[in-house]
Design a protein around this ligand. Structure first.
Ligand SMILES: [Zn+2]
Length: 264
């Protein structure tokens, strides 16, 4: 819009602009009006009018040349932004890095403290992982529902248990003697150990729904931290208790990432 003002007065633009403006106005009112206008302009003859009409049909922005360096408008919208919760790469180092609680961290002061840590070598936004764990554990559908448990995000030194994202090799080491086989997650020695490959790829029962599978991982392993044991699917078509080993499959139950009332 402002480009019109930038045109040098008296240049070819001063002719072209009224042509386009008139054409646009008349097209909006009535097609025949545009034709009449076009006929009148044709009477003027000459190359300027021809160029003006071509420009009018090519769009609203006559000053295209300076703007041609802009990327095509559709390009940026095609690519989805990367998921900050999906590791870009996973490498075993055996070094666990604490993810400190944030100013925004919540949970009652008297709650059971949980700390978050991520293995060095897992390339991802650790703070985002910490917030996701916190969001899941403090969700009103989670273990704190109905006041059954009281949880709060804490730093490592004051935590009752930890939620740890680890490479498959480190998961196996932290979980031993439980056999996680580079595939599963566990709770062992005060740690809910989440296998980073699982976290990244999910499990068959949840299909492409990584978000819900991740909620399941957190709630299931933290369920062990709260003293819960494994459950069986109670019957066809019902929601699986969160303490069912859903990574191994939930059929004939339906996948469910939240503790059932009967589990709390
Ligand atoms: Zn388990």
């Amino acid at each position: 819009m402002h480009r019109r003002r930038q045109r040098p007065p008296g240049g070819p633009g001063s002719v072209l602009v009224p042509v386009r403006s008139m054409a646009a106005v008349h097209v909006r009112r009535r097609r025949t009006a545009a034709l009449v206008t076009g006929g009148g302009l044709a009477g003027l003859g000459g190359l300027i009018v021809l160029v003006g009409l071509l420009a009018a049909f090519s769009g609203d922005e006559p000053a295209r040349a300076p703007a041609s360096s802009r990327p095509a408008a559709a390009e940026p919208r095609v690519q989805a932004p990367p998921d900050p919760l999906t590791p870009r790469s996973v490498r075993a180092t055996g070094t666990l890095v604490a993810v400190p609680a944030e100013d925004s961290s919540t949970g009652p002061a008297g709650g059971l403290g949980f700390a978050v840590e991520v293995e060095k070598g897992i390339a991802m936004d650790r703070a985002a992982f910490g917030r996701e764990v916190e969001r899941t554990l403090l969700d009103r559908r989670g273990w704190t529902a109905g006041g059954a448990y009281s949880l709060r995000r804490a730093d490592a030194e004051e935590a009752s248990f930890r939620v740890t994202l680890a490479s498959p090799d480190t998961t196996d080491r932290l979980c031993a003697p439980l056999a996680t086989n580079g595939t599963y997650s566990c709770h062992q020695n005060g740690r809910a150990v989440l296998n980073a490959e699982r976290w990244a790829r999910g499990a068959e029962a949840y299909g492409r729904d990584l978000a819900r599978y991740r909620q399941y991982m957190v709630n299931h392993e933290v369920g062990h931290a709260l003293g819960k044991s494994h459950r069986e699917c109670p019957g066809e078509g019902t929601r699986a208790p969160v303490m069912v080993q859903q990574t191994k499959g939930v059929a004939p139950c339906a996948p469910n990432p939240w503790p059932l009332e009967s589990e709390r």
